[in-house]
Design a protein around this ligand. Structure first.
Ligand SMILES: NC(=O)c1ccc[n+]([C@@H]2O[C@H](COP(=O)([O-])OP(=O)(O)OC[C@H]3O[C@@H](n4cnc5c(N)ncnc54)[C@H](O)[C@@H]3O)[C@@H](O)[C@H]2O)c1
Length: 317
């Protein structure tokens, strides 16, 4: 019976599917420095991680029973993928399982932003009874998303899932991508109807100038996708969301732009100095904050478990 160690956890349906196929699944969280020992002692064949566990050369070189490394999610920054493949290990992930959940979180931040919920939720517990009327006035200038333009930078799986929701709520969608010249986005409805939209790549500067809201969905990379010089090109009062990776946008420039009222609000799920975001970001009154929970829904975790189990069964059985 081959053993799978799910060191950062796996959904119950993933465990069930693997056990049904004859694997033993261990969900203990082994500390990083004990991991190689544990894998060898228990003759683990498959190691499944999320983003917490590091799977680098030390593990790959010292654990001869290991046949497969699985990442529940998208980014493989914590795995030395090339080296593992070179050594003959299977390396798998679940690239599309969480797209819809991340896209919904983008909209949670957007609706939050246009009605000042990020601030109201902080101030109401303190002043909601003594200054109700003043607060009602302070938050009276909300806007609707319907009819506004959303600019999506990075039009891969999550960018497109975000476009589906945006189109569904009546927004105009423009996108910029370094690879995707044209895209058809199909919006599905509850009764099986669908509506398709053909979209074309927009130059980045045009997107910056025309968007009422900007959301970034690019992979981790060396340079800021939204850099200091980009903020000047944007519409006054734009709202910005980053649920991609800390470093997709320049946080210092963002805070300056918020303070100058160039940007009206930001929604951040990811941070440059994760897991210790800057205090200036955490305390900022115009930022809606979540602690990297884009993929953290029951549905996404179930799809991740299911996709991992299917791939492991076909590769290791
Ligand atoms: N918040 C979360 O919990 C969470 C969860 C899953 C994924 N993510 C992150 O979301 C991001 C997007 O994931 P995805 O699954 O959509 O990836 P994807 O690979 O499907 O799409 C990324 C797209 O970005 C484009 N791109 C790359 N560099 C670009 C640039 N400089 N300018 C414009 N476009 C560029 C690529 O051509 C590609 O089409 C990744 O950074 C991923 O790590 C976050």
């Amino acid at each position: 019976m081959k053993k799978i160690l799910a060191n950062d956890g796996i959904s119950q349906n993933g465990i069930d599917a693997l056990e049904k196929a004859g694997f033993k699944v261990i969900t203990t969280t082994v500390a990083q420095e004990q991991l190689a020992n544990y894998i060898n002692e228990h003759k683990i064949a498959g190691l499944i991680v999320r983003s917490a566990t590091q799977v680098q050369k030390d593990i790959i070189d010292n654990c001869p029973t290991l046949e497969l490394i699985g990442r529940g999610g998208v980014g493989m920054d914590n795995i030395d993928v090339d080296y593992a493949k070179e050594k003959g290990l299977h390396v798998i992930n679940t690239p599309s399982a969480s797209s819809a959940s991340v896209a919904e979180l983008v909209f949670a931040h957007l609706y939050n932003g246009v009605r000042y919920l990020y601030d109201a939720n902080r101030i109401m517990p303190l002043e909601g009874d003594s200054k109700f009327k003043q607060l009602k006035k302070a938050y009276a200038k909300g806007v609707e998303l319907r009819g506004k333009t959303i600019g999506i930078i990075g039009f891969g799986k999550i960018g497109k899932a975000t476009a589906q929701i945006a189109l569904g709520v009546g927004m105009k969608v423009i996108y910029h991508d370094t690879q995707v010249e044209e895209a058809t986005v199909t919006v599905p409805f509850f009764d099986g109807q669908t509506v398709s939209f053909n979209l074309k790549n927009t130059p980045k500067d045009t997107l910056l100038q025309e968007s009422d809201f900007i959301t970034v969905h690019v992979p981790a990379q060396a340079n800021y996708t939204i850099a200091d010089s980009d903020f000047d090109k944007m519409k006054d009062g734009v709202g910005i969301i980053n649920a991609a990776r800390g470093g997709a946008l320049d946080e210092v420039a963002l805070v300056d732009a918020l303070e100058e009222n160039k940007v009206s609000f930001a929604g951040l799920d990811v941070f440059e100095s994760e897991p210790n975001p800057e205090i200036r970001i955490l305390m900022h009154p115009k930022i809606s904050l979540t602690p990297h929970i884009g993929a953290a829904t029951n549905e996404a975790q179930n799809r991740i478990g299911e996709e991992l189990a299917t791939q492991i069964v076909s590769l290791l059985k």
